[in-house]
Design a protein around this ligand. Structure first.
Ligand code: PMP
Length: 399
């Protein structure tokens, strides 16, 4: 009898399953809009020039690879704080923020979840309905009971703000609320500054714990604009969590570069929190890897490279915006009479297209166009070459 005889087959990840199906499809016109990555106008994963340049400089003066400190490269953690909070923000200047390098945004969320479980074992977690699939799994695996707050309003093609606020209002003090800082995955709908102010007010009044997931800073409106919600939480004097991912903004998916920051009330408190975050890291993987964080730290702290990054990031952001507009225009040209302008109001890589599961399945089986059954498509995978075919196929299944 094998030790593993009773091990059950785990369900397939729905999005990875879609990728496998896409790879097996022999249709030469197939298009994969199920992915969560940015492709350039040639349908290729970009290697940013700023990254190549930083790597060339690193190659020119190669260094031995010792272990990093548990919390990662100090210059990297500092650069993250500058980007997320502003180097001259009071919280950073007063050393009230504990920041650790993490294995992508996922790693930042996981370190935060494990730390929170030790701190508040009985707290509940609220995630948006719908949310990035891994939010529920990650907090559940950390030992929490995970529920949702209303978010997507299918009828209004927007956010169910009243429902969201009412759920937060009814939550027990100490409830952990996971919030998408910008470019909501999967819907693409973000709260306005006024709506964020209402959320901050409820979080403060009810004593909730905000956990901002910032996986797409710079993909929505701009680096500062996408980070504006962080400033609102700082201004409210709250302690809160922010996870950062550079997977998309640096096109460094495989390097696993991210961070977790915890805003505290005093430098002394931040030191104690940091000491606990380090225990979480130490007992999971000891310390993080060097390469990706080194690249990001170098780019963010070298003015010429930083300027290059900001330009390249703006290029990705603008191309996505153009694709949104072009998709709406092409759908109209293909005879769709419905008002689809909501696609241009959405932010970031994803669009909830409004298509239902049956329509998404038809897109796959008849046209080789792969999106998620929820109707989510990756706008960042559209380009001048595939756009017309995608619009024509969407028009055919909408009609
Ligand atoms: N949060 C959200 C909302 C995401 O969409 C993603 C990536 N798809 C992540 C976190 C994880 O980012 P990373 O790949 O850096 O772990």
């Amino acid at each position: 009898m094998s030790l593993f005889a009773a091990v059950e087959m785990a369900p397939r990840d729905p999005i990875l399953g879609l990728n496998e199906q896409f790879n097996a499809d022999t249709n030469p016109a197939k298009v994969n809009l199920g992915v969560g990555v940015y492709y350039d106008e040639n349908g290729k994963l970009p290697l940013l020039r700023c990254v190549a340049e930083a790597e060339a400089q690193m190659q020119a003066a190669p260094k031995a690879r010792g272990y990093l400190p548990i919390d990662g490269i100090a210059a990297y953690d500092q650069a993250v704080q500058g980007l997320v909070f502003g180097a001259d923000s009071a919280a950073v200047r007063e050393a009230r923020v504990a920041t650790v390098q993490a294995l992508g945004g996922t790693g930042g969320l996981k370190i935060g979840a494990d730390f929170l479980k030790r701190l508040s074992p009985d707290a509940q977690v609220l995630i948006s309905d719908p949310s990035w699939e891994n939010h529920r799994a990650l907090f559940t695996n950390a030992g929490f009971k995970v529920s949702t707050y209303p978010y997507y309003d299918a009828e209004q093609r927007g956010i169910h703000v009243a429902g969201m606020l009412a759920t937060l209002q009814a939550a027990a003090p100490g409830t952990i609320v996971v919030l998408h800082a910008c470019c909501h995955n999967p819907t693409g709908y973000d709260l306005s500054a006024e709506q964020w102010a209402q959320v901050v007010e409820v979080v403060k009044a009810r004593g909730l714990v905000a956990f901002l997931d910032m996986a797409y800073q710079g993909f929505g409106e701009g680096i500062a604009e996408d980070g504006a919600v962080v400033q609102q939480f700082l201004a409210a004097g709250l302690d809160f969590f922010v996870s950062t991912s550079f997977s998309k903004s640096f096109s460094l998916y495989g390097e696993r570069v991210g961070a977790l920051s915890v805003v505290c009330v005093s430098p002394e408190e931040a030191k104690r929190v940091l000491s606990q975050l380090k225990i979480v890291i130490r007992t999971n993987y000891s310390n993080p890897p060097t390469h990706g964080a080194q690249v990001v730290a170098m780019v963010l702290s070298t003015p010429a490279l930083r300027a290059m990054w900001e330009e390249e990031l703006a290029g990705m952001r603008l191309r996505i915006r153009e694709m949104r507009q072009a998709l709406v225009a092409e759908l109209k040209a293909a005879g769709v009479s419905q008002d689809l302008s909501f696609v241009t109001r959405q932010k970031g890589m994803f669009s909830y297209s409004g298509l239902n599961a049956a329509q998404m399945q038809r897109l796959r089986s008849e046209f080789g166009i792969y999106g998620v059954d929820s109707g989510r498509i990756c706008v960042a995978a559209l380009n001048g070459k595939n756009l017309k075919a995608v619009a024509a196929a969407m028009a055919a299944v909408i009609a």
